[in-house]
Design a protein around this ligand. Structure first.
Ligand SMILES: [Zn+2]
Length: 329
């Protein structure tokens, strides 16, 4: 009898202790609480400052190896769409958003808010809302501090004494190679739990920014079919957490259960269409200049006719021989 009472007391204590956690979990599902809830809470060896410094270092590595799309119209637009989502998110760090010149359908945000969107992703999206869905997902990884929390877990689990950066050759510490970048894969691929959370939070961010949340599902489905028809087009990082049916189902459930239907949503903008067309033109020009798309070559810069690797234009037609000048609008 006495033990039963003790058990009940213990149970009561557990319930009292557990209730704030239940509340915390619910607040993550309440878009009205965006910005006023600590979605990045969890065991973390990294201070926010340390996280930003780490992300910055990795971002410099990315920018050293990859080509940034610096066309002002494209860069400014993508940054603006992204910053608007960030403003409607739980993120506590400022974001730096850049476009990477690569066909792979991908985007990734490094710890501390260093966010790269591939041109391939922009060109694959049919609407601004689809793009916003993927961007919201990536912003959610940063807001919830998934990268450093996962690294912390790795350290706790003593998988290895994880040297923070670029320790080549250690198995399980694979290097992200898709674009020749030296970013530990652990910071780019996340556990299923984190992926699911990023889906759920990102969906709220795009919704709060005014976009139609069903566009996120549309894009999932598109990626899924793209993986089947053109396996190479989707970056390895994307395929390590595939667009599975349960992610689509969960997202549909979240749309119904946690987002109050609105009378109007933004689906697309004429600006998105313009930027996409512009990007396609730039990409086509790149392919003409660089017929062997896999081989990085120096690009001819206006006013610097000697910049050439001796590869481009050799077997080309007369028009290829002509120095191309960038049109300034
Ligand atoms: Zn993700």
């Amino acid at each position: 009898m006495k033990s039963t009472i003790t058990q009940m007391r213990v149970l009561a204590v557990i319930l009292v202790l557990a209730s704030p956690f239940c509340w915390a979990r619910d607040s993550k599902k309440d878009p009205d609480q965006i910005g006023n809830r600590d979605v990045g809470k969890g065991v973390n060896f990294y201070s926010l400052e340390k996280e930003i410094a780490l992300g910055k270092q990795m971002a410099q590595e990315v920018e050293r190896d990859a080509k940034i799309v610096d066309d002002p119209m494209v860069a400014e637009y993508i940054n603006r769409v992204g910053q608007n989502l960030v403003r409607n998110s739980d993120a506590k760090v400022p974001f730096t958003i850049k476009v990477l010149d690569t066909d792979e359908v991908n985007a990734f945000a490094l710890p501390g808010g260093f966010f790269f969107v591939n041109s391939g992703l922009i060109l694959t999206a049919d609407t601004e809302a689809e793009l916003a869905g993927v961007m919201g997902h990536e912003i959610a990884h940063v807001a919830a501090r998934h990268g450093t929390r996962q690294a912390t877990r790795g350290q706790l689990a003593n998988i290895a004494t994880i040297p923070l950066l670029f320790a080549g050759g250690w198995t399980g510490y694979a290097i992200y190679q898709a674009a020749g970048m030296a970013i530990p894969l652990g910071f780019l691929t996340f556990s299923r739990v984190f992926e699911r959370e990023a889906d759920m939070l990102g969906l709220q961010y795009m919704y709060k920014a005014g976009y139609d949340p069903t566009a996120f599902v549309d894009f999932f489905e598109k990626i899924e079919s793209l993986e089947k028809t053109k396996p190479g087009a989707v970056a390895k990082v994307f395929s390590t957490h595939p667009m599975t049916d349960d992610r689509i189902r969960d997202t549909q459930t979240n749309i119904q259960e946690i987002l109050k239907a609105r009378p109007e949503y933004v689906l697309n903008t004429s600006e998105f269409i313009d930027v996409k067309a512009r990007l396609a033109t730039l990409e086509n020009r790149r392919k003409v200049e660089r017929p062997d798309g896999n081989r990085p070559t120096l690009r001819r810069v206006p006013g610097n006719g000697s910049a050439d690797d001796g590869n481009s234009g050799k077997q080309g037609t007369d028009s290829d021989e002509r120095p191309t000048l960038k049109r300034r609008d």
